[in-house]
Design a protein around this ligand. Structure first.
Ligand code: C2E
Ligand code: CA
Ligand code: CA
Length: 400
């Protein structure tokens, strides 16, 4: 993309900073720049169709602050890039940074106010280099029609990532993660098609197919002597329909898989947002003996009261509070707080994103029940699970 084509949105409550940053961007050859002094008008502009490719966002603003604005961007499935601008607070910056990454938004970097032209230019040039060197563009999102066809043609397949106990090191289950086996692009991860499927109203159809396939896969594993609990990701939009609970119950009966073996994962942010999964559907699933898990915990700001209302069995601490938490006191504090909360509620905990030895040692030193992450295993096709489990049992002896 040429600089003249890049659409930029500036949001800062200080008009002087807006003018200054706009001027600097123009000097760099950008022409499409829209500037706003508050979040509400910026969102109105986005909703009227001016979807930016890049947002320069001030974190501290009266009324709607930067964190709130990020949440609103996420609700709108923002696919562009972000530069965080801050006056002072390093901690706020760190929190915002983690939040943004947890939502899969690409941050180009930070600027302290007022930005230096050279710093801004550096961030933009790094971005441009990355974009030209990645053959198909890092964030290519597919067209709705393509995604719909992929679902219909059975191109969405399940990979599985194991989860292990932190006390016995036994494999305690597998989580199904959707992959698009794209005829040209290879294995495509869900970040590039789930939000599209949600947008075009095809997510329920996809969830049903993922659900069905997962039941078939665990039954095949049963036959190989590997009986494991299964976690499935379900978006709140799907849970909004009463039919889903009936579908899930019907499928488990038809394929004779006990619902008690199935954990339904719903992300925390979706549970408490406007499109929240209704309590009655969740309760119904629980009555049918399905288990419920709250995913990406820590990124959604739910209160203890909200959590008490929903009968959860498991809480998954978001990877942004696990990976490298040893080196990041704010992340570590969030991690510990989540464990404490789960304990109060009497539910099991899983640490996500245990990516390296340091993460593994850190989580082992806590009261967390289970761990999941690249250090243990990457998601894999179902056929690879039996030999992985065997290998893990051997490896567990040495990681003990
Ligand atoms: P999630 O449920 O939080 O899944 C964990 C994601 O983190 C997976 O990405 C997994 O591959 C990745 N991951 C696991 N361990 C590590 C680690 O140690 N380090 C790092 N950096 N990453 C790790 P994936 O497969 O790209 O999935 C992304 C998200 O897409 C999932 O996040 C989930 O919210 C969603 N998703 C996946 N499958 C489905 C599905 O069938 N239905 C729905 N509705 N959403 C799905
Ligand atoms: Ca999950
Ligand atoms: Ca998660």
């Amino acid at each position: 993309m040429e600089r003249s084509e890049v659409r930029i949105l500036l949001l800062d409550d200080e008009p002087f900073i807006l003018k200054l940053h706009a001027h600097m961007l123009k000097e760099l050859g950008f022409v499409s720049i829209r500037a706003f002094e508050n979040g509400a008008t910026a969102l109105e502009d986005i909703d009227s169709g001016h979807i930016p490719d890049l947002v320069l966002l001030d974190l501290s603003m009266p009324q709607m602050d930067g964190i709130e604005f990020i949440r609103r961007l996420v609700q709108r499935h923002y696919e562009g890039r972000l530069i965080l601008v801050s006056g002072e607070d390093e901690r706020l910056l760190q929190t915002a940074d983690r939040l943004v990454r947890a939502h899969g938004i690409d941050i180009l970097g930070h600027l302290s106010k007022p930005a230096k032209p050279a710093t801004l230019r550096g961030l933009i040039e790094a971005w441009e280099q990355r974009t030209t060197f990645t053959p198909r563009g890092p964030g290519k999102v597919y067209a709705g029609a393509e995604v719909r066809a992929a679902i219909r043609n059975g191109e969405i397949v399940n990979h599985y990532q194991p989860k292990v106990s932190l006390t016995t090191f036994e494999v305690t289950g597998v989580e199904s993660l959707a992959r698009w086996q794209h005829p040209q692009d290879g294995m495509v991860r869900p970040g590039r098609f789930i939000s599209v499927a949600e947008h075009i109203g095809a997510i329920e159809e996809m969830t049903r197919s993922v659900f069905h396939q997962a039941l078939v896969d665990i039954q095949n594993l049963d036959r190989l002597g590997l009986s494991l609990p299964l976690s499935i990701n379900v978006t709140a939009a799907t849970l909004n329909t009463v039919e889903f609970a009936d579908f899930a119950a019907g499928e488990t009966t038809r394929l004779s898989v006990s619902p008690a073996r199935i954990i339904i994962e719903v992300t925390e942010s979706q549970l408490i947002s406007d499109q929240r999964a209704p309590l009655d559907v969740l309760t119904r699933l629980r009555l049918m003996r399905f288990k419920l898990s709250i995913d990406d915990f820590g990124t959604g700001y739910s209160s203890l009261a909200q959590l008490r209302d929903i009968p959860f069995d498991e809480l998954k601490i978001d990877q942004s509070f696990v990976h490298r938490a040893t080196a990041d006191p704010t992340a570590r504090a969030m991690y510990d707080a989540s464990l404490g909360l789960a304990k109060q509620l009497g539910i099991k905990t899983v640490a996500e994103g245990v990516e390296d030895r340091a993460d593994w040692d850190m989580v082992r030193g806590t009261e967390c029940n289970a761990a999941q992450g690249y250090f243990i295993a990457k998601p894999m096709p179902p056929g690879a699970l039996p030999s992985w489990v065997e290998g893990w049992r051997e490896r567990a002896k040495s990681v003990l």
